[in-house]
Design a protein around this ligand. Sequence first.
Ligand code: NAI
Length: 380
Amino acid sequence: MPKNDRISVSVIKRLPRYYRFLGELSQQGIERISSRELSDRMKLTASQIRQDLNCFGGFGQQGYGYNVAELRGEIGRILGVDRQFGTIIIGAGNLGRAIAMHINFDTRGCRLTGVFDIDPALEGRKVGELTVLPMTALEEFCRRECPLAAVLCIPKSETQQVADQLTRLGIKAIWNFSHYDLSGYEGMIVENVHLGDSLLTLTYGLNSLIPRSEPHEIERKYLIFRPTEDELAAIEGIKRTDIVQTYLSAPENGPMRRVRKRGTEADGWTYTYTEKTHVSFGDRIEIEREIDVDEYDRLIKESLPDRPPIIKSRYVFTYKDQVFELDIYDFSDEYATLEIELESIDDEVFLPPYIKLIRDVTGDRLYSNSELARTRLLIP
Ligand code: NAI
């Protein structure tokens, strides 16, 4: 067997993963495997695997591949899984108990021999086969049982002092889960574990993959009584546009897809395609692009059968320097909606006196256009 100190730290960091994969292969009854197959499964390059495994004897044979059991056995010996290092857990709270119950110490070269906690209320409680002992019993226990490893599951503030004590008691390795990076202990092996760091690696991946959404529009939406044509015509500076909005089919959990035709017979039409994807709680990405009439006609064939197009006339007007959009839908003679975009959530809205307000429906999904396409109901 090669000397461990000849193996680089990065190879040693990969060994547990080799060991785990080879264990799974063994369980599936696979006796030998080529470096190519192993590389496919482990998502490492075949040459990386050959290089790594050559570090300790090169078990591979040209044309044969690796003998799974032999290789696993050898990696296991390098890792020391066949040993039984006495291990204790300090801190029998949520994490300490979860680790005691869910980590199989025996198959990883360690044997859990004691669980300790400072809280007298926990003393005597069962954690698996073991009984929680008070910290006052730690010294005596260490003298008698000589554990070599300790798992720290205690608050950050306690970590340094407990680690110092463990050093004095002959502990040689600390698996530290407390949110405090232990370092600087001569001759002590310390593995600081932060599950949150691992999650951040995931977040980083998502953050690179998913573009950020534009800042949210701050809008208010009101349900109002539908004004008559004469009332609308009397509003100073009012402009009308016609809109046909069609919702398109999308894969399950996929983005909301929509096409919109907008304009008037007199001025002509513009066409847009929009996709809205929810990326995180309350946050969405909107992709919108102008399309030509041919693409519009093609996309419209993908419309959702249960959501006929929303056909509405939009009237835009200004009142007290605020721009309002009033939508009149083809399916409602009685009601309409009024929207305003605000700069800040605290902005006060001054509704024009000629608007007959029913109520504020901001954020109510029932009044979203995609929902109205389905229900065709403006409920007062
Ligand atoms: P918890 O409050 O349920 O348990 C902590 C236990 O430590 C308590 O039973 C307490 O009595 C005991 N304790 C406090 N001081 C002690 C001392 N001087 N000696 C012996 N026992 C002592 O907390 P939980 O959820 O089990 O978390 C434990 C620690 O692990 C916390 O610091 C937490 O922030 C951290 N943590 C770390 C994670 C990681 O990925 N590294 C993940 C989850 C929690």
